[in-house]
Design a protein around this ligand. Structure first.
Ligand code: ZZB
Length: 261
């Protein structure tokens, strides 16, 4: 599985993350720390509105150079150690750890996002076993992201989330003949999905959104507007890699999951 690993630069830490990191003298105050979001849909990055972390995971911070640090799960770092991302092959340059719950409210600059700077908010369904444990929220094209955002906006304070962190301004990024230019809200409504816990219907919605977007979608935003998603995906991916805003991140295929589909 090859992901595009998007570098979201921390613009302002949450108060709690700032507290935790103030005791860490391995990160110079003028260094850039990037939260790394793993995505299979680089063509949707224009529509990022938030960055999701799991409140129950711990994230490591890894030294890339004197002025550059990356944040991912420790599990992802063990894979990155063999992908020429860290300075020394096989060595994990961990300098600090922060819990997902302490990261909530951190502001990051999301490459390509029409929103520019976006807030870190919680997603309980993030799995440690996949990607970097950090997920770009694209509520226009991912039913999971849409229902999680809507749900959170109703009970933000319950999770220690400030309502203004949660962005409900969904932007049309991809057009499909079947479901219009906001496939995720359309499918959530059509399949009557009321909560992020409605796993079965969400899985179905994700699958429809992936397939319809990929085979029938056209770009509706950005420099590749009018091109098919298949073309747009490759072009946006290459643009992100060329600009240095992203790198590729690979995971070994799990024999169990690949067998079961
Ligand atoms: C932005 C995006 C926009 C995504 C979209 C999807 C969609 P897969 O196929 O199972 O590997 N993701 C990444 N890491 C995790 C994680 N640890 N836990 C839960 N979700 C994760 O799924 C890869 C996609 O799942 C990634 O691509 C990421 O969300 C999320 F419009 O990034 B995506 C219909 C889906 N649309």
């Amino acid at each position: 599985q090859e992901y595009v690993a998007l570098k979201c630069k921390v613009v302002r830490w949450s108060a709690r993350a700032s507290d935790v990191l103030s005791s860490c003298d391995s990160i110079p105050s003028d260094a850039d720390v990037f939260m790394i979001a793993a995505t299979l849909r680089p063509e949707t990055m224009y529509g990022q509105t938030n960055l999701f972390v799991s409140p129950s995971l711990t994230y490591g911070i890894f030294r890339i150079s004197a002025k550059e640090f990356y944040m991912t799960t420790d599990r992802a770092a063990r894979n990155l150690a063999y992908q020429s991302v860290f300075p020394n092959w096989g060595v994990i340059p961990r300098v600090a750890g922060v819990s997902g719950s302490d990261l909530l409210g951190t502001l990051v600059r999301a490459p390509l996002s029409a929103k520019g700077d976006i807030y870190v908010i919680p997603m309980d369904s993030i799995k440690e076993s996949k990607g970097t444990g950090i997920v770009a929220s694209v509520p226009s094209d991912s039913p999971d992201d849409y229902i999680t955002t809507v749900d959170l906006s109703k009970k933000a304070t319950l999770h220690g989330v400030e309502p203004e962190w949660v962005c409900l301004d969904v932007l049309p990024i991809i057009n499909t003949p079947e479901h219009g230019n906001m496939i995720a809200p359309a499918l959530v409504e059509k399949l009557k999905i009321n909560s992020p816990n409605d796993e079965r219907r969400l899985l179905e919605a994700q699958e429809i959104a992936y397939k319809t977007g990929f085979y029938h979608g056209t770009m509706a935003y950005g420099p590749f507007a009018g091109k098919s998603v298949q073309e747009g995906k490759a072009l946006v991916r290459q643009q992100l890699l060329d600009s240095g805003d992203a790198f590729t991140y690979c995971e070994p295929e799990s024999p169990v999951t690949s067998r079961s589909g």
